[in-house]
Design a protein around this ligand. Structure first.
Ligand SMILES: [Cu+2]
Length: 320
């Protein structure tokens, strides 16, 4: 990143003529014009820095679906919900940047124009109807602009489309277990691979011995619960973050848009090894997923690692 050039800016001229100067008005006016010029140069330097930073942020989005060193932006979206989350985030970023720059400009203007030296006799005005209406109505309009996509996104997340596959996710201290109730009924545990056991291509602190596997382009319903304390199932690139609470079931959905490996982590401080219960999700094509399911049924079918929390069967009791 190139440093903005400030060499011509740090003139001591205003200071020399500044504090304690009781010269004629014209001289003072000149000083303030010079100070304003310096503010503008700083402002443009700030804008350049901001644009460069945002540029890095956008470049960061083109990387893998896992945290990367010096990542600035969000992880690339790999589900419709995550796409909408990212676009809402980007909209908010523009709005907050504009508001921040506007407030900064107002502050600089007030400091330069209305300080005691530039404005020795302050105005006694306390009301300005037009201004007061404007600074009430404009923020309301901004909030309405934010609220519309925000509510749309909330409903989009909350309403689960017709489901192709259900995975029950159970949080434990400190690992996850996954169960496929409508696709063979098998279940397995998923532990982090320790640093000393990492194989080629595995990611430290994120890879697991048994990743969660789902098909691409299918609506996957995630049902979460936990056996001990509250955990949270968090996969940034799918826009999924849902609590896994003992004795309760929470639902969330995603539809992976591209095959690949995606990583998440427990997002609820859940005890000693909270940081070591990562989530690894492999998204496969439909055929690869079917082949994997067949193997998994054999591998995990007779395995007694099913989670201890089971969905209660619905019964109709007519005697009550
Ligand atoms: Cu946890």
């Amino acid at each position: 990143m190139r440093e903005p050039k400030y060499e011509n800016v740090g003139s001591t001229e205003p200071d020399k003529a500044g504090v304690g100067d009781v010269g004629p008005m014209i001289a003072q006016k000149k000083v303030w014009m010079m100070n304003t010029g310096r503010s503008q140069t700083w402002l443009s330097a700030f804008v350049v820095a901001l644009v460069v930073t945002l540029g890095f942020g956008l470049a960061g989005q083109a990387l893998a679906a896992q945290p990367t060193p010096w990542q600035m932006g969000m992880q690339p979206a790999a589900s419709p919900v995550a796409e909408q989350i990212n676009s809402l985030h980007n909209l908010l970023l523009w709005i907050i940047t504009a508001i921040t720059l506007f407030v900064l400009a107002l502050l600089i203007y007030v400091m330069v124009r209305f300080n005691a030296r530039a404005n020795p006799v302050p105005s006694k005005v306390t009301h300005n109807a037009l201004l007061e209406v404007a600074w009430t109505v404009i923020p309301i309009l901004i909030l309405v602009v934010i609220a519309i996509p925000s509510f749309k996104l909330l409903y989009f997340e909350a309403e689960i489309p017709p489901v192709d596959l259900t995975v029950k996710v159970t949080g434990h201290q400190w690992y996850w277990s996954y169960e496929y109730p409508d696709n063979g009924g098998f279940a397995f545990d998923s532990y982090m691979v320790k640093a000393e056991d990492l194989k080629e291509g595995q990611v430290k602190l994120l890879s697991t011995d048994n990743p969660l596997v789902v098909p691409v382009g299918k609506v996957v319903r995630i049902v979460t619960t936990a056996t001990d304390v509250i955990h949270a199932f968090y996969i940034p690139s799918f826009g999924v973050n849902v609590n896994a609470t003992p004795g309760r079931l929470n639902e969330v959905w995603f539809k992976a848009t591209a095959p690949g490996t995606y990583f998440g982590q427990c997002a609820k401080i859940c005890g000693f090894d909270h940081a070591y219960m990562p989530i690894e999700i492999k998204v496969l094509s439909a055929e690869e997923f079917d082949a994997w399911s067949q193997g998994a049924k054999k591998q995990f079918g007779a395995n007694d690692t099913k989670s201890s929390t089971h969905l209660a069967a619905l019964t109709t009791d007519t005697t009550r």
